[in-house]
Design a protein around this ligand. Structure first.
Ligand code: PMP
Length: 406
């Protein structure tokens, strides 16, 4: 199927509206993406046809919902090329996936004096769970620094790994700088020391082909809502060996084998990590997302976004007042910048009134802003439905901001 953006945009009703009497230009895809009609319809279909609780019902509706739920797990596993469907755990988002690993891994494998390595460009979701766990366990958080262009300093990473390192947690794509990190090489290096690696894939899965088996990561986390799927659904991929070794994160119904007041035993993977009734409706909506992305083809999506990203950078570079924050040659369509000395919030407010949905601030990555010594940035983040026309009108809007604050 050819990648026809105009045709694709027809699948996203929310894009066809005006805000403040201006056509909406949605450039905040790193925060959340819009949903195609197929996904929205799936939610209604679920509640009007097979709504029921899964796994434990013997009746028809429950069987249908369970089948569709487990089929979704299989589709996710194929999407990221996991070896087994049961290596896919449903959570409510990337944040919960990371908390699951930090909590379970910390309880079982971290002791005083140990070290956890993360990078200086992590989203707060990949900082705080480790920080809290380290404080509880008397462990230390060690930080991989990055160059001013937004690339991690690999020599510093190499030096941080030692026999006290218990785990490495790094982002695949930075949500504030756009950098695509060389995760495969970084994982191989950690594995030479026998250290497992968690990759935060929240900003990668919607935009790049991801193969967790080839990457050889031990854990990989992402959120459905950033990949054109519903809110409230997340994924933790875990290598079977690790998932078997970790204790449960939450407990309750669905995740047990036997329960007595003296002792309980837990279910097999993946159920051991899925306590309570899951978000069945949204997970079934997510199934439609995966089918939709499959129809478009992730390679085609990636190449559309790559060429739009290069075009956007070229346009922004023609404006002398624009200063890019993060300019790694290996990057995705997340573009952070400043306009002269205009405060990012002021620029964001003007852009909003002109119809542009952009993000301003620290993007839940405050340490990055501290490193650059800036209060925040203006961030645009591209999605599969963005067009060159939108980029052109955005470039004109940036010039208007410059005029206004001159
Ligand atoms: N990691 C990264 C890199 C992110 O960009 C985000 C969301 N901005 C998260 C984690 C957290 O995702 P969620 O809020 O969906 O749990």
């Amino acid at each position: 199927m050819s990648f026809d953006v105009e045709q694709i945009r027809a699948d996203f009703p929310i894009l066809h509206q005006q805000v403040y009497h201006k056509p909406l230009v949605y450039l905040d895809n790193a925060a959340t993406t819009q949903k195609p009609l197929a996904v929205i319809d799936a939610l209604r279909d679920y509640y009007t046809t097979i709504n029921s609780n899964i796994h434990r019902g013997v009746h028809y509706l429950s069987q249908q919902a369970t089948l569709a739920f487990e089929e979704t797990r299989q589709l996710v596993s194929e999407y990221v090329h996991a070896r087994h469907g049961y290596e896919i755990i449903f959570t409510k988002g990337a944040t919960e996936s990371i908390n699951l690993v930090a909590s379970s891994f910390g309880r079982e494998f971290v002791k005083p004096g140990d070290e956890i390595v993360i990078s200086a460009m992590e989203h707060h979701a990949n900082i705080l769970p480790w920080q809290l766990m380290c404080a509880e366990k008397g462990a230390t958080l060690r930080i991989i620094p990055f160059h001013v262009n937004g690339e991690l300093i690999q020599e510093a990473y190499r030096d941080l790994l030692n026999d006290k390192t218990r785990l490495v947690a790094i982002t695949h794509v930075s949500n504030a700088l756009g950098t695509i990190n060389p995760v495969r090489e970084m994982i191989a290096l950690a594995h030479e020391h026998g250290i497992p690696v968690l990759v935060d894939g929240a900003q990668a899965v919607p935009h790049l082909p991801v193969d967790v088996t080839e990457m050889d990561c031990d854990f990989y986390c992402f959120s459905a809502h950033k990949m054109y799927g519903p809110m409230g659904v997340g994924v933790l991929y875990g290598r079977e060996e690790w998932l078997n070794k970790l204790p449960p994160y939450q407990s309750g119904g669905e995740m047990i084998r036997t329960v007595t007041f003296e002792k309980s035993t837990f279910g097999e993977l993946p159920f051991k990590f899925e306590a309570g009734t899951p978000n069945v409706a949204d997970i079934l909506g997510f199934r439609e997302t995966l089918l939709y992305l499959d129809r478009l083809g992730i390679d085609q999506i990636a190449s559309h976004e790559e060429s739009l990203m290069r075009y956007t950078l070229d346009q922004l570079r023609t404006i002398p007042e624009v200063r890019l924050v993060g300019d790694s040659p290996h990057r995705a369509g997340v573009i952070s910048f400043l306009i002269g000395d205009v405060h990012p919030y002021d620029a964001g407010a003007v852009l909003d009134k002109l119809g542009f949905a952009v993000r301003t601030g620290h993007h839940c990555a405050q340490p990055i802003m501290d490193i650059y010594g800036i209060p925040g940035t203006i961030r645009i983040s591209l999605g599969l439905y963005n067009t060159r026309d939108e980029v052109d009108s955005f470039t004109r809007a940036v010039k208007r901001v410059i005029e206004m604050f001159r």
